[in-house]
Each structure stands twice: as C-alpha cells, then as structure tokens.
Design a protein around this ligand. Structure first.
Ligand code: NAD
Length: 295
C-alpha cells in the first residue's frame, strides 16, 4: 500500500484549521479545506474566507500567494466525500465532543482504510473522541495538537490511543517533523494532555487574580506577561489570540473529564463579563475585538 502523505484535508477553517491548512500549503503540499456550508449563494464562503484571512498582510501573511493556489475549499455537506482523495484528515472544528463525534461517524463512512485521521482538540481525551467508532477507525486515529499560530509555534503534542496503529501514527509524525518542521512531544491520553492541563490552569488563575485585584487589562499584562512566559501578548492578549469563546468550552471539557479534587476546579467560577463579550461577538482577534481592539 502506498502510504505517503501527498494531500491533506483540514476540516474546520477557524483560527486553527485555517492556520494548519496555510502551514501545510506553505510546505508545498495540496490541501482540501472544508467548513460548514453557508446559507446563500456561496456555500463554500466560510472556507474561502479563511484563505483570504491567511493572505492578509497585516501584520504578516500566514500563507504565500503561491501556497494559496494549493488550497482547495469546500463544505462538509457537498464535498465531504472528497476526503477519499486525502492521505491525512485533520479535524479542527469546535471544541465539543458531541459535534466532533458526529463528524467522525460521517468520516468513517467515506475515508479510505489506512488514511490517518487526527483531532486538534485542546482537552478532550482520545478515548472519548473515538467512542462508538469501528476498530479500523480507532487504528487510524490520533491527536495532533498544534499550537497557535501553527506557522510559528514549533511544538506539537501527539497522543496515540491504545488502539492507534503505530504505523499510521508514525507516518503522521514523520510528516509533521520533516514537512512541517515541528518538534513532537508525545503526551498521554489525559484531559488537557500536557500543555492545556497546565496552561488553562494558570490562565484561569491569572485572570481571576487580575479581576480580584481590580487591575486593568494593560496593568495585568504588564505584570503577568513576561514573568509568565507570554511577553509579546500578555495574558489577556493571549486569550484574544486563542479566541475568547474557546475559554468556556475548554472549561466545560476539563470539568467533565478531570478527576474531582484536581486543582483546576478551584479556578472555575462564573465569568459574566466573558459571557457578555462572547454573546456580543467580542471573541478576540477573530471577532469584533476582545480585551484589546484590533481595528
Ligand atoms: P474556531 O471557533 O476558530 O473554528 C472552528 C471552526 O469549526 C469554525 O469555522 C466552525 O464553522 C467550524 N465547524 C463547527 N462545526 C463544524 C462541523 N460539524 N464541520 C465542519 N466545521 C465545523 O475554533 P479554533 O480555535 O480553530 O479551534 C478548533 C479546534 O482546535 C478545537 O478543538 C480547539 O480546542 C483546538 N485548538 C485551538 C487553539 C486556539 O488557540 N484557538 C489552539 C490549539 C487547539
């Protein structure tokens, strides 16, 4: 069987999916980028909008114009069967177990046996993602957790499940190492893996402390940026980059999966301001702005 990765499908064209597709195309590999079908005349508008975002020159494009020619766009209602053309399917849709699981059921029916499928989930254990799927699907499945922005962050967390075929995972690992220039950290299949088990905890502690102390966003970021290892954006700037709407989803996912008594539970509290911002479209860089303005 020919097992080379010659074409990649990325499903989900949001912050991460768009960035992953751009990074793969920059490496000279063709990409099929799919998102949900949009009502109206152009059903592929969501994925097309993601390509346009990746070409924006402010502050610097994430993808070259020649690489953009390698990206085909589509939607999961009309074009999901085209995953059969691809040698690696990367799922980067919303951080919700139920929605990811129903997409996998559709992928399972259409993909070629042996084609790797990986999730970019930040927190959801692999075991939960593949619940109900066939033995064959579970053998082809792993987690490839890229960091934001995928073009610049060198690290990738990879999680193999107990049923993952080492040959399939090895093919993906070779590709992300040689073609995408990533350093691989193998993580165990636990909630939040390594980075988000630590990261979501300290982010929550820092945001809670800033609110309790009545600091402005700028003050909190001056104090908490460099000492906490995020000198460029600061803490609130990092949340704007990640997407403010992702924060409650991460929290829900972690509280559903972490063992009772984990220190993360001490950080979980209602955040009415964050809920209001999300409801009004202030989701950070990808939205109307967030803790900072981006216009
Ligand atoms: P996002 O909200 O920016 O984008 C999600 C995209 O998925 C949207 O374009 C949405 O239309 C699409 N979508 C939703 N349901 C879909 C479906 N059924 N089929 C196809 N597309 C669908 O989210 P994001 O921040 O890019 O996060 C995507 C994944 O990556 C999540 O699992 C998240 O936890 C993970 N992640 C995010 C970051 C980050 O910094 N934002 C970092 C690492 C990992």
């Amino acid at each position: 069987m020919d097992t080379a990765i010659r074409k990649v499908c990325v499903i989900g064209a949001g912050v991460m999916g768009a960035g992953i597709a751009a990074h793969v195309a920059n490496a000279g590999v063709p990409v099929l980028l799919l998102d949900i079908a949009k009502d109206g005349p152009d059903r592929d508008a969501v994925a097309k909008g993601a390509v346009a975002r990746m070409l924006k020159t402010d502050p610097a494009p994430f993808m070259s114009k020649s690489a953009a020619k390698l990206v085909e766009t589509g939607n999961i209602d009309d074009h999901l069967d085209r995953i059969a053309e691809c040698d690696w399917i990367v799922e980067a849709i919303v951080e919700r177990l139920d929605i990811k699981q129903s997409l996998y059921a559709r992928i399972e029916a259409l993909k070629r046996p042996g084609t790797a499928v990986s999730s970019n989930t930040s927190t959801i254990p692999l075991d939960h993602l593949v619940a109900g799927r066939s033995e064959g699907f579970r053998a082809d499945f792993l987690i490839t957790h890229f960091f934001n922005p995928p073009r610049y962050m060198r690290l990738i967390e990879i999680v193999r499940g107990k049923d993952t075929d080492p040959a399939v995972a090895g093919r993906v690992e070779d590709f992300v190492d040689r073609n995408l220039g990533k350093r691989i950290v193998r993580a165990k299949d636990t909630p939040g893996f390594i980075a988000n088990r630590i990261g979501t905890y300290w982010l929550a502690v820092a945001i809670n402390a800033a609110m309790d102390l009545g600091l402005t966003v700028e003050q909190a970021d001056q104090i908490g940026g460099r000492p906490m290892g995020v000198p460029k954006t600061g803490i609130f700037g990092l949340v704007d980059l990640v997407g403010i709407d992702l924060m409650p989803l991460l929290s829900k996912s972690l509280t559903a999966t972490l063992p009772q008594g984990d220190p993360y539970f001490d950080t979980v509290r209602p955040m009415p301001l964050v809920d209001k911002m999300i409801a009004e479209g202030f989701t950070g860089r990808k939205g109307k702005g967030g803790f900072y303005r981006f216009d």
